[in-house]
Design a protein around this ligand. Sequence first.
Ligand code: SAM
Length: 320
Amino acid sequence: MKKDTKHIPVLLQEVMDTILIKPKDNVVDATLGGGGYAREILRKRGVLIAIDRDPDAVEAFRKALSQEKEFQSLCEGKDFHLVCGNYSQITEILDSLDIGKVQSIVADLGISSDQLADEKKGLSFSLEALLDMRLNSTESIQTASHIVNHWNKENLIRILRDNAQEFNAVSIVNAIIEARKKSVIRTTKELAEIIENSAQGHRKKIHPATKTFQALRMEVNAEMKHLEVFLNASIEKLESCGRLVVVSFHSGEDREVKRIFRTNARGCICPNEFPLCRCGYVPRIKILYKKPISPSEKEIQENPRSRSAKLRGVEKLIMT
Ligand SMILES: C[S@@+](CC[C@H](N)C(=O)[O-])C[C@H]1O[C@@H](n2cnc3c(N)ncnc32)[C@H](O)[C@@H]1O
C-alpha cells in the first residue's frame, strides 16, 4: 500500500527562471516524477515531452492531470507527450515523436518522495518490502537482493564507496557477508538491521543504512551510466541557444554533470605544445552559472529534502 506522501518540486522557480519558456517551445522534462516541473511547463504553454522510466509515475501523472481543472482542456499528443522510458534514450524518444531539436531540457535526478514511500519498490529502509529497488522492472532483472546476496566483497565495497561515499563500507560489507552465510537477506528491514548492528558505536547524523540503500539503488538502476549518455545526447538535441538544466542531490552525480558540461564547453583538448588543433573539438555549450545554484534557507526550511540540491545549467552555442 502506498503511503500518502507528496513530492514537493525542488528549485522550481530557479529551473523555470533558467529555461525561460516561450509558448509552443518544445520542452523535455526528462524526469517527470510527481510532475511539479511538468505542470509549470504546461502553465507556460510549452509543448511538454515528459519522460520517466517508472511506469507508475507516468500513469499517476496522466490520471492526476485528467482530474485537474486547469489542465483539462489540454490534449495529449498535441500539447504534451507522456513517455515511459529511460532518459538515456532521449534521442530515440524524440525521433519517435518526430521532434527534431528542442528549446529546453530539464532533469531532476534521483527518485521522488512518492517512490520512496511506495512499499512495492523496496527503496526505503524504514518500510518493510522485498529488496527490489528497480524503478522499472522491465528494464533489468537485477534486483538489490541479487547484489546483496551474490556479489563478492570487493564489488560490494566498491559500489558503497563509489556510489555513496560510504566510509564504513568495509564493516557494513563484512556484516552483510556474515549475515548472508546464515540466511538469504530478503527484505529492506533485514538489511537495515544488519547495517544498524554493524554501526553500533558510530555516531551518525543520518541513519546508518542511508548510504548503502542509495548505493544499491544507483547500481540496480545503472544511474551513472544512463546519466552520462543522457547529458551528451541532450546537448546534441538542443537547438542553438536552447538550455539544459540539471538538479542533482548527490555529490557523485553533481561531479558527473560538471565534468560533462565542462568537456562540452571546452572544445579543443590538444596538449598546449601543439601549435595547431588536431582534435577538432569545438565548444558546443556555454556554462550559465560558475557555481551551482542551491536552495534558499526558506526552501530548505519548507522542504528539508531540498537541502543538498544543486542546479547547473548550460546554453547551446550557435553551431555553424
Ligand atoms: C526527483 S524525481 C523528479 C521530480 C519532479 N521534478 C517533480 O517535480 O515532481 C526523479 C524522477 O526521475 C525518474 N528517473 C530516474 N532515473 C531516470 C532515467 N534514467 N530515465 C527517466 N526517468 C528517470 C524517477 O523515476 C523519478 O520519478
